[in-house]
Design a protein around this ligand. Structure first.
Ligand code: ADP
Ligand code: LRH
Length: 480
């Protein structure tokens, strides 16, 4: 038939969803089959993902999706489950915001200096990169008993199909991949005592990943065979694939729990200046490099909302729009904001420490967060262009934050560039399009993006005012 259906399982740090994409010769429609919360759990051992509830959400979603021609899975990066020799999961996957990696980087750098690590892997320093997590897990009983390590989307794929693999775009977030070759960094792993045998063989977006097991078919009411297709299993790789850009002169901001801000390049940037600016070189579709910086993102707002008992977001944003601009800003890239809890007072503390007015009301705190995010977006967009020598004419905002008109408008003003916002479910769309492509339905990345630009609802924000006020605000941040 002309129109084919694909189930995209997309697990973000704040919610999981199963979306159904219907792709025709010149059509692309996305509907939500099922959405479920992703709530980390604090156990006596630390912060853990509730992987069984996520898997249950995937099965519920596949049941709700009904007949599909294929299934693809993407999720947040870096985290993993360990399997024993029988293939059974050893414990709940550790959350990347868990404290076990505190102080680990210094130990790692004593063996492999930070500059060498960057030259070999191209990854920015983030305490939660899988490499640091594995070193932190070092002598644990769990790691000692592990025979397999599966990144989150690969673990769910394994449960659905019984086949184990390591998808490359997500593998590139482990800090154990050489971005020039797309193969393992054998030397780095060996020097740190990390056993690469734990990883299943690499597979790439578009590769087959098996068929839904009979038990899964039974449980979901689907009629087999239903293939699972490898997609850009890192949610950000899928989201970047679905940026509706019309040429290569674009920057993107994938906004959800995180803001991932950067460029799509054909080769990594491994310079010392790039390392100092903490830009990362993750891998994208078709040998591309996602050259970007991680910024705390809407996590800052999510955590405030949680603290405030989840008031209405629309009302809060309307009130924040009325607060005077740029009264106080914080460094939204600061790892100080990584851990959960007490976010309104941590933001207030940061403003106080940098001698700025302390935001008091919820609207003021929200405005401070959005101004700070826009400012961080500006810095990253500017620096990425410089470091990669890749100028842009437009900034694309995709992900949940594309629904936040105030954030999009402030980002356009701060960057002094037009912002094109949407699609908000970019990761799911990138997931769907890679499945469609594997199924012979769409062409290359350019064609996928053209289809998106033609079919998805996008909003354009022209920059207003002068960027000088943003430049001045930048000077208020500590350490800049
Ligand atoms: P993740 O994939 O990291 O879980 P999402 O891409 O789903 O994140 O984005 C979630 C964020 O999107 C929320 O934290 C919220 O700030 C924002 N968001 C979602 N819907 C809206 C909306 N209607 N208006 C404004 N912001 C929204
Ligand atoms: C966004 C994301 C991001 C990673 C972070 C751990 O969901 O995948 O790209 O850095 O989670």
């Amino acid at each position: 038939t002309a129109v084919q259906s694909y189930a995209a399982v997309d697990l973000g740090a704040s919610s999981g969803r199963v979306m159904v994409g219907r792709v025709g010769p010149d059509s692309l429609e996305l509907t939500e089959a099922h959405r479920f919360p992703n709530r980390p759990v604090r156990t006596p051992e630390g912060l853990r993902w509730d992987i069984l509830s996520l898997y249950a959400g995937v099965l519920d979603g596949l049941r709700a999706a009904g007949h599909v021609d294929s299934v693809g899975i993407d999720s947040w990066a870096v985290d993993y489950g360990l399997l024993d020799a029988d293939g059974a999961l050893l414990g709940n996957p550790v959350h990347y915001r868990d404290t076990r990696t505190q102080g680990v980087a210094e130990k790692v750098w004593a063996t492999v200096p930070a500059a060498e690590l960057y030259a070999a892997t191209g990854l920015q320093y983030a305490p939660f990169n899988t490499l640091y997590q594995l070193v932190a897990a070092g002598s644990s009983a769990q790691l000692a008993h592990a025979k397999r390590l599966l990144l989150i989307p690969d673990l769910l794929t394994y449960w659905l199909t019984g086949e184990a693999g390591t998808e490359l775009t997500n593998a590139s977030t482990t800090q154990l991949i050489d971005p020039r070759t797309g193969d393992w960094s054998y030397d780095v792993a060996a020097r740190l005592g990390i056993d690469l045998e734990l990883f299943a063989p690499l597979r790439r977006p578009g590769d087959p990943a098996g068929l839904l097991r009979p038990e899964v078919l039974e449980e979901t009411g689907l009629t087999g065979p239903v293939p699972v297709t490898t997609v850009g299993s890192h949610d950000t790789a899928s989201a970047v694939a679905a940026v509706p850009a019309v040429n290569e002169r674009f920057a993107y901001i994938c906004t959800g729990t995180w803001s991932l801000v950067g460029l799509e390049l054909t080769a990594p940037v491994l310079t010392e200046a790039s390392r100092a600016a903490n830009f990362t070189n993750e891998l994208g579709l078709d040998g591309t490099v996602r050259y970007l910086r991680n910024i705390m993102g809407l996590w800052l707002l999510q955590e405030c909302l949680r603290e405030w008992g989840n008031p209405d977001l629309g009302e809060l944003l309307a009130a924040a729009a009325e607060v005077p601009a740029l009264r106080s800003v914080v460094d939204a890239g600061d790892a100080e904001f990584l851990a959960p809890g007490r976010m309104p007072s941590r933001i207030a503390d940061a403003c106080r420490a940098s001698g700025q007015p302390v935001p008091g009301s919820r609207a003021e705190i929200t405005r401070c967060i959005l101004d700070s995010l826009a400012l961080a977006h500006r810095r990253a967009v500017r620096q990425a262009q410089e470091l990669a020598d890749h100028p842009v004419d437009v900034v694309h905002i995709v992900g949940g934050g594309a629904r936040n008109a105030l954030l999009c408008r402030l980002t356009a003003d701060a960057c002094g560039l037009p912002v094109v916002a949407g699609p908000p479910e970019a990761a799911a769309l990138g997931n769907v399009l890679v499945q469609a492509r594997a199924n012979g339905q769409t062409g290359d990345r350019t064609e996928m993006r053209q289809l998106l630009a033609r079919t998805q609802q996008l909003t354009r924000y022209e920059p207003q005012g002068t960027t000088a006020v943003w430049q001045t605000a930048e000077a208020r941040l500590p350490g800049r």
